[in-house]
Design a protein around this ligand. Structure first.
Ligand code: F6P
Length: 372
């Protein structure tokens, strides 16, 4: 009897998810005739045993579609809201995998999904994961599908916002996604020609940003474009949060833990950060400032050609590793190759931008202000 595999998509949707689903399904069918069932809405569908068969008809025409045909959620197997209670559904999930006679389970998601998949692996389920997120914040992989498409969307937005910036001599602040890391803001800021790029990794000085804008004005540049990641913050706020979160922590607490605790506190400024900055810059410079928050636009629509191909290659390799019984791995991008890496390694931390990253060096070399 043909084997059966399961697949689910978890966390924020991204372009490329359907391309990955299609690749896994078609590779399974073509190489072994195996069956693929897709669980709906992430780990919740797995816990509730809600799934659909992904045959040739279901996989046709989805390569170019954004989002995920399976639906997604941020639910976690071990802490799932059930009738108002938080329940550990791991055992139920293990039983559902047994009932469906799954040879293995493919989990497509971001950092949280890697952690949840590792938990299921420890509970005895054969899992292989793919790196998916527009944030590009998964360690052990050079990139993740969704990032390139989001980069293109954010870059085009910055291109377009130049029109009103130079027509009205304004400060235009463009907020990208990137709750803890600034890859999207940095990449789109560079590609879109931003004059200031603000990142969660580099708490900024409003005074220094204003000075950079004034300096541009003294050179005859009457507008400025500021690209800011949603998780960025002024240095004063960062220092306050850092004092608060480290007050009760051990001196050897990992940097990633501290960064996460600070990011959680900064949450109260989500979608307000840019407005606060705009107000400050108007006061200091006397120039008009306007804010555009790109939000979920960056996760919308059809995947770029790069993301379609990346998702396709990752999916095909995931099936090869499954056939080889190489479970508990994430298929990672390493240069122009793919490499299965242990899930244990992918959950240690997030992939923050190193201060000496080539993109940071290029920005500084060109006089782009990073707020520090
Ligand atoms: O994790 C990807 C991401 O798009 C982040 O960049 C963003 O902060 C978050 O998801 C938004 O989550 P939600 O779609 O649940 O509002």
């Amino acid at each position: 009897m043909a084997e059966t595999y399961g697949i689910l998509t978890s966390g924020g949707d991204t372009p490329g998810l359907n391309a990955a689903i299609r690749s896994i399904g078609k590779t399974l069918m073509h190489l072994s005739g195996a069956k693929l069932i897709g669980f709906n809405d992430g780990f919740r569908g797995l816990a509730e045993n809600r799934f659909c068969t992904l045959g040739d008809r279901e996989l046709s025409g989805i390569l170019i579609r954004g989002g995920t045909i399976l639906g997604s959620s941020r639910d976690k197997p071990h802490r799932m809201p059930v009738n108002g209670e938080i329940v550990d559904m791991t055992d139920v999930i293990v039983e559902n995998c047994r009932k469906n006679q799954l040879t293995g389970l493919f989990c497509l998601g971001g950092g949280g999904t890697q952690k949840n998949a590792l938990r299921l692996a420890k509970a005895g389920i054969n899992v292989i994961t793919l790196p998916k997120t527009i944030d590009n914040d998964i360690i052990e992989t050079d990139t993740s599908f969704g990032f390139d498409t989001a980069l293109g969307i954010a870059t085009e937005a910055i291109d377009r916002l130049h029109s009103t910036a130079h027509s009205h001599h304004r400060i235009i602040i463009v907020e990208t996604m990137g709750h803890n890391v600034g890859w999207l803001a940095l990449g789109a800021g560079l590609a879109g020609g931003a004059d200031v790029i603000l990142l969660p990794e580099i708490p900024y000085s409003e005074k220094k940003i204003a000075e950079a804008i004034e300096k541009r004005r003294s050179m005859g540049k009457r507008f400025s474009i500021v690209a800011i990641a949603e998780g960025s913050m002024p240095i004063e706020r960062y220092r306050k949060f850092r004092r608060e979160v480290t007050a009760d922590l051990q001196p050897d607490t990992p940097k990633g833990v501290i960064a996460k605790l600070i990011a959680v506190r900064n949450d109260e400024y989500r979608n307000r950060n840019s407005a606060v900055l705009a107000e400050s810059l108007e006061k200091i410079t006397g120039k008009e400032a306007r804010v555009t928050i790109l939000g979920h636009l960056q996760r919308g629509g059809s995947p770029s050609a790069y993301d379609r191909n990346l998702a396709t290659h990752l999916g095909s390799r995931a099936v090869q590793e499954a056939f080889a019984g190489n479970w508990e791995k994430m298929i990672a991008v390493r240069g122009s190759s793919l490499k299965p890496v242990s899930l244990e390694k992918t959950v240690r931390d997030k992939k923050y931008i190193p201060h000496n990253h080539p993109w940071i060096i290029s920005a500084k070399n060109m006089g782009i202000t990073l707020g520090d």
